[in-house]
Design a protein around this ligand. Structure first.
Ligand SMILES: Cc1cc2nc3c(=O)[nH]c(=O)nc-3n(C[C@H](O)[C@H](O)[C@H](O)COP(=O)(O)OP(=O)(O)OC[C@H]3O[C@@H](n4cnc5c(N)ncnc54)[C@H](O)[C@@H]3O)c2cc1C
Length: 454
């Protein structure tokens, strides 16, 4: 009986994570009628970047000329409504500081009114004839295409996952299905190792894998269990954080709170029944090390969406190949990219999406007028490094990994005010500013705050 429940849950999991994989879409397509539609601007993906750009495009050319392809049914059969999630809140959900419910709203409520929502997944993109094919067999042509497909979580690349999530003591803030398991594992912690991982691939919000470690440490301290816990951060990276100013501040915290950091350790297997996690040592190929755990937080490997792999729009790694200054595709001038699916050499965040959206808006205006794009993206991205239940180091930086801070104070320090920005102000800015196409990042405010000097 227990085994069949696990099998059933595994099936459900697989279904949840595969709705936009080509093979599944092909299944859906069998027997569907072919139909043709055309839009002046077609947006692929209705996540943070897709909704933001469709709101901006609606203002520019009118709602009737814009369509968004975003899958509908089975995206989350656990909820009746098709939901859009503010993922940055999941760091706090995994630590019990916010509920999962508060991180989501129905997709219908964030879709700009009048814009056509095509409730399907993109199965094929044909940039040579400016068409896409959806999972239900529809062919859609476009004049301009905005690709905003996000990235793909790849739990299955770790042996023993995702089925290992059915055991206690393991969670992951990166997915809707597992974020509450982090909180359960933390609450049920008794004694032993609390392990946190960072994979050997690009990730979204590179700070999130360690934010949950700081929160967990604070929780264990608050509940008196800290003396019985070894807190360990095993990261594939050779550094704690990519920007020196913030890395220095984080190393101080790590030392002060007695956290163990192992660089160049990559999670390759979880034996959830025995509560063991196996890591490869990236600097000693072939060597592995096994840790027992009481609690494990997994940050999964991540990669580009399947539909881009092998497509002429993708680079060798499968990411959308765009110009890093103006976000126009390098070979197809009527194609543009934004957000996690692109190969922009900056940290993949919603904050980056905000800054990119203002640049892309301008680029598309220029291209529509047959003019040269002129506004350049500087790689702005931001990561509120949550270091406890009331402090944050607000990292903001550019392509050169140099701090690009909004406020005229030292943002390398833990601050209570920044925590309130992360937990309260930023969600508000997301729902009411970014997704309505009204927030293009803090650039103009930074200038004012620094009296025009930055
Ligand atoms: C735990 C966690 C913490 C984070 N913390 C922060 C933070 O503190 N600050 C910050 O700025 N950012 C943070 N982020 C990152 C941020 O959420 C993402 O960078 C942002 O959502 C990227 O937007 P996107 O539109 O590119 O991708 P998404 O918002 O993921 O949207 C992609 C969309 O494409 C759709 N899609 C996929 N495949 C197909 C297909 N074949 N056809 C049609 N549609 C498809 C998906 O359904 C989805 O709606 C965090 C993320 C996580 C998970």
């Amino acid at each position: 009986m227990a085994l069949s429940v696990i099998r059933w849950q595994h099936l459900l999991w697989t279904r949840l994570h595969r709705v936009c994989e080509p093979s599944v879409c092909r299944l859906h397509a069998t027997g569907c009628q072919q139909s043709k539609e055309h839009y002046k601007v077609l947006v692929l993906g209705g996540g943070s970047a897709g909704i933001t750009m469709s709101a901006r495009m609606k203002r520019k050319i009118g709602a009737e000329n814009v369509a968004v392809v975003e899958p509908s049914e089975a995206r989350n059969p656990l909820h009746r409504l098709i939901m859009h999630y503010y993922q940055p809140l999941w760091t706090l959900v995994g630590a019990g500081a916010k509920s999962l419910k508060t991180s989501g709203r129905s997709t219908a409520s964030v879709m700009p009114s009048g814009v056509k929502w095509i409730k399907s997944c993109v199965q094929e993109i044909n940039p040579d004839n400016s068409t896409v094919r959806t999972g239900d067999g529809k062919e859609i042509s476009y004049q301009y295409l905005i690709v905003a497909l996000g990235l793909k979580l790849q739990y299955e690349k770790i042996k023993g996952l995702p089925e290992g999530f059915e055991h206690p003591g393991i969670g992951s803030n990166y997915s809707l299905q597992t974020v509450n398991k982090t909180w359960a594992a933390l609450q049920n912690f008794k004694e032993g190792n609390a392990l946190f991982t960072f994979p050997n691939t690009p990730v979204k919000c590179a700070g999130a894998p360690q934010k949950i470690m700081y929160l967990s440490e604070a929780y264990l301290r608050k509940t008196g269990k800290r003396p019985k816990a070894n807190i360990i951060y095993n990261t594939s990276l050779p550094v704690l954080f990519g920007v020196k100013k913030y890395a220095d501040a984080l190393w101080e915290i790590v030392k002060k709170r007695d956290l163990q950091v192992n660089l160049r350790h990559n999670l390759i297997e979880v034996r959830a029944d025995k509560r063991e996690a196996v890591f490869e040592k990236l600097d000693n190929p072939g060597e592995t090390v096994t840790y027992e755990y009481e609690m494990l937080h997994v940050t999964p490997p991540m990669g580009p969406p399947d539909v881009l792999k092998g497509n002429p729009l993708a680079d060798q790694g499968g990411w959308l190949d765009v110009d890093k200054d103006v976000l126009q595709h390098k070979r197809y001038p009527n194609v543009f990219g934004i957000g996690d699916c692109t190969n922009l050499p900056t940290s993949k965040t919603a904050a980056a999406v905000a800054a990119q959206s203002a640049v892309l808006d301008r680029t598309i205006s220029k291209v529509m007028k047959n003019e040269q794009p002129d506004k350049k993206y500087d790689g702005y991205t931001s990561c509120p490094l949550v270091t406890s239940y009331n402090t944050v180091i607000l990292a903001e930086f550019d392509y050169k990994q140099q701090p690009l801070e909004t406020f005229p104070i030292d943002q390398g320090k833990e601050r209570i005010i920044m925590y309130h920005m992360k937990a309260t102000l930023m969600p508000h800015l997301y729902w009411h500013g970014l997704l309505r196409g009204l927030w293009g990042g803090p650039g103009p405010y930074r200038k004012i705050m620094h009296l025009g000097m930055k």
